[in-house]
Design a protein around this ligand. Structure first.
Ligand code: AMP
Length: 112
């Protein structure tokens, strides 16, 4: 199912894009929960992390490495949190796999 994130990839709706490579795109969350709150998404449409398969192994590794790169690029490479909400009960609202990159304030644990 195509979501608004595919429209952001296609530049059909605007976003504050901070990073792009051949396989993924990162842009600032429209409703930030921290001073730095970026969403990192694969260009390939995968609805949920639980829908990824071993065929996506390389892409998933690519996303984690890109997350670190984006954090460093934004000056928060030493203290950031990655969050993946999988499924509506876990808080997922957009069904295109995305990593939340959160930073810029103390991040408490447990996350709640
Ligand atoms: P999740 O709840 O994990 O599915 O995260 C979806 C995130 O997408 C939320 O944090 C929203 O604030 C964010 N979001 C929704 N629409 C947009 C948009 N047009 N541009 C940027 N972020 C968005």
């Amino acid at each position: 199912m195509t979501t608004l994130f595919s429209k952001i990839i296609a530049r059909e709706i605007p976003a504050d894009i901070v990073y792009e490579d051949e396989r993924c795109l990162a842009f600032r969350d429209i409703n930030p929960q921290a001073p730095t709150h970026v969403l990192l998404i694969p260009k390939q449409e995968i609805a949920r992390l639980a829908d990824a398969s071993t065929a996506d192994q390389d892409l998933l590794g690519h996303l984690l490495l890109a997350a670190g790169r984006v954090a460093r690029q934004l000056g928060v490479g030493d203290a950031f949190r990655l969050v993946v909400n999988n499924g509506a009960d876990a808080g997922q609202t957009v069904f295109h796999l995305h990593l939340h990159i959160l930073a810029g304030r103390p991040l408490h644990w447990p996350p709640g």
